[in-house]
Design a protein around this ligand. Structure first.
Ligand code: SAH
Length: 369
């Protein structure tokens, strides 16, 4: 009892103050009362840095064409089931305009991984068009995978200022088990470091509860976020997809869902306690496991929600995992639903602000934690 409260207090006082053993201890908690104290401790820190409000990022799932073949992902190249699509510039702009008008404050462009000149230029054009349409007032995040430095540079200069690239797991051996031999952990890490060097607000994250992943791995993931000095963390539970090599033999039972959800929430809480001033997303994967999964994520220390704003007719073909929620909800319905859900937990949406991570501001002014 005393140990838990001491650790929480110590972590609240000073960032980076938990050692690996402390993280391991927090990640193994199972007792309901102890978990409540952990989540409350992390939520108090979230409130210290973000008050009782949450930032929104409208997520446009721009296309599902992908050159990668990750063993866990529903849009992997070898899966022939999804109908491959790519939104046109006009479709992207219409959604961006709607997102801007609805005061979401920021937008994420996400797609499968494509490296080609045509794609690079198309994205640059989309970024420029969105920036001019919104007079640079809409935060713009890219989540377009591994690219060469000159591509990241071009997109940065075109007006994108945030990038999300999950490392998926910080353990290179586990990474190798989850990907074909042609996929490289070190290249992904190099990309992440390049993004930071190019002065993007840089985000990464991992999947939680992967087959073969240990608690040690998860504690190391949090220390990885710390060492890479990230601004934003987007992580979520692994959810099997039956049309993937990794998902075929996993039964999606209630107890599996609960285990995944709980580990996801513990990771959010420990990351908030360790990193303090970063933005942490309560990802949609949490909601796929529990109807109030995202709210639980906020109550465990997250401060960002990324509602899907993609035109509904494309959503069924962008199923990275099964059971993906909100396949048929438009932006207005989504906004109303979220406002209500957040009010129920005493939180509100910060409308119309880009919501830059404090960590990014602090590290640029020499005050980063
Ligand atoms: N291709 C881009 C982004 C699209 S995928 C990139 O590589 O960055 C976005 C994220 O979805 C991935 O980084 C991965 O962490 C997550 N994801 C993929 N399959 C998943 C699954 N089965 N369960 C949970 N998350 C998954």
């Amino acid at each position: 009892m005393a140990k838990l409260d001491n650790l929480i207090e110590q972590a609240q006082q000073k960032p980076h103050s938990l050692a690996k053993d402390d993280l391991l201890y927090l990640l193994q908690l199972e007792d309901k009362g102890e978990l409540d104290r952990l989540f409350k401790g992390a939520y108090a820190l979230k409130s210290r840095y973000s008050g009782n409000s949450v930032y929104l990022r409208g997520l446009i799932e721009m296309g599902n064409v992908c050159a990668k073949d990750c063993f866990y992902c529903g849009i992997r190249k070898s899966n022939t089931k999804p109908k491959r699509y790519q939104l046109s510039l006009e479709e992207i702009l219409n959604t961006a305009r709607e997102t801007f008008e609805k005061q979401y404050g920021s937008l994420v462009l996400q797609s499968g991984e494509i490296e080609s000149e045509k794609h690079t230029l198309f994205i640059a054009q989309a970024i420029e068009a969105i920036s001019s349409l919104t007079q640079g007032k809409l935060g713009l995040t890219l989540s377009l995978g591994e690219q060469e430095e000159n591509v990241y540079k071009l997109w940065r200069e075109a007006g994108a200022h945030r990038y999300l690239l999950r490392i998926e797991t910080s353990n290179p051996n586990l990474y190798a088990q989850l990907h074909p031999a042609s996929h490289s952990f070190s290249r992904r890490l190099e990309c992440l470091r390049t993004l930071r060097r190019l002065n993007y607000q840089t985000g990464s994250g991992v999947m939680i509860g992967l087959p073969g992943q240990t608690r040690q791995d998860l504690a190391d993931d949090i220390l990885f976020f710390q060492n890479e000095d990230l601004d934003m963390i987007g992580m979520g539970p692994y959810i099997p997809h039956r049309d993937t090599p990794l998902g075929q033999n996993i039964e999606f039972t209630e107890s599996f869902k609960q285990t995944q959800l709980l580990m996801g929430l513990k990771m959010i809480a420990c990351t908030r306690l360790q990193l303090h001033d970063v933005n942490i997303a309560a990802t949609t994967a949490l909601q796929a496991l529990h109807p109030q999964g995202r709210e639980k994520g906020i109550k465990a220390g997250a401060n960002v929600i990324m509602p899907n704003v993609t035109e509904t007719r494309f959503r069924a073909d962008y199923q990275l995992y099964e059971n993906k929620p909100c396949l048929d909800e438009n932006a207005q319905q989504c906004r109303n639903c979220l406002t209500m859900r957040l009010a129920a937990i005493g939180e509100k949406i910060s409308y119309g602000v880009p919501g830059d991570p404090l960590h990014y501001k602090n590290r640029n002014s020499g005050q980063a934690t």
